[in-house]
Write a protein that binds this ligand. Sequence first.
Ligand code: PAP
Length: 322
Amino acid sequence: MNEMELPQYLREDNLSEETKTLISSLPTFKDSVGNLYNYRGCWYYPNTLQGVINYEKGFKPQETDIILASFPKSGTTWLKALTVALLERLKNDTCPDHLLQSDNPHGLVPFLETSVFLNSSTPDLSKFSSPRVFSTHMPFHSLRVPLENSPCKIVYVCRNMKDVLVSLWYFRSTYFNTKEDMESLFESLCEGLSFYAPVWENVLSYWRGSLEDPKQILFMRYEEMKSEPTAQVKRLAEFLGCPFTEEEEEDGSVDKLVELCSLRSLSGMEINKSGKAFNNLPYSSFFRKGEVGDFKNHLTPEMENKIDMIIQEKYNGSGLKF
Ligand code: PAP
């Protein structure tokens, strides 16, 4: 694949001299998109690694910041939409529908390392009003580097690794033209050798953080958001400090917000049908089936067993169960 067709964050053409020196000493391997480097236990494509380093150097947290975190393909777009809608409803002069119709959740809540800090450690953040909402796929130990003792809130969404694999495979083969088969992406994920991997390190870093400080980190699960959306949205609202009022509960506002942020509703919005992200990815690429258990249509029983065994072993003793 022609390197310049790839979104910038996947490329290798934006590195400072310092980062070039750093990566020459880091563990590395190549996949069907490009070279990956292991930094603080997590695999990154080079320009993303530059974004992580810029973030670690330059991010100045504000007390009211909210950071939405996830491993890729775990429900990030959905969590962003819900958070935007929850916060927007507090403003009297606007209606959450307008904001979500004006831009994709990824445009409204940018990623720290692949967008905000991709090109600079001192980006202009003046357009963000309080509370600023950002997102990340970095593990917690990298995210926390510049946070120090900031009381900012972090929401993590976790999804079954088997559905993550299937979702990731569709995304990569459709939009990055990787020509890799499901089997090889499966092997990479199982070995912990893919972008932002290992999955379990990402998940466990936030899981442990949420146990240590439940006021700072809310740990959510995609499967629970699907099975009991109302309860989970209320949980999110409470954590963010904007619980639904009795009046809102009675007048159906919770269900309306859940419906507004559903895959059907978001994917049907004009902006998401025809818009493109700053990195040229079509906004429609963030919406597919949104089902729990789609892996059953794609993985063999042997593949399922292998992932189950890995998850069981890695999460053993952590209190986290699937
Ligand atoms: P990202 O990591 O690239 O930001 P992310 O949003 O985390 O992607 O994951 C995309 C998955 O969430 C897709 O899953 P699928 O491939 O299994 O279908 C996408 O369909 C799903 N998704 C997006 N929006 C919603 C939503 N509003 N409700 C439920 N699932 C959603």
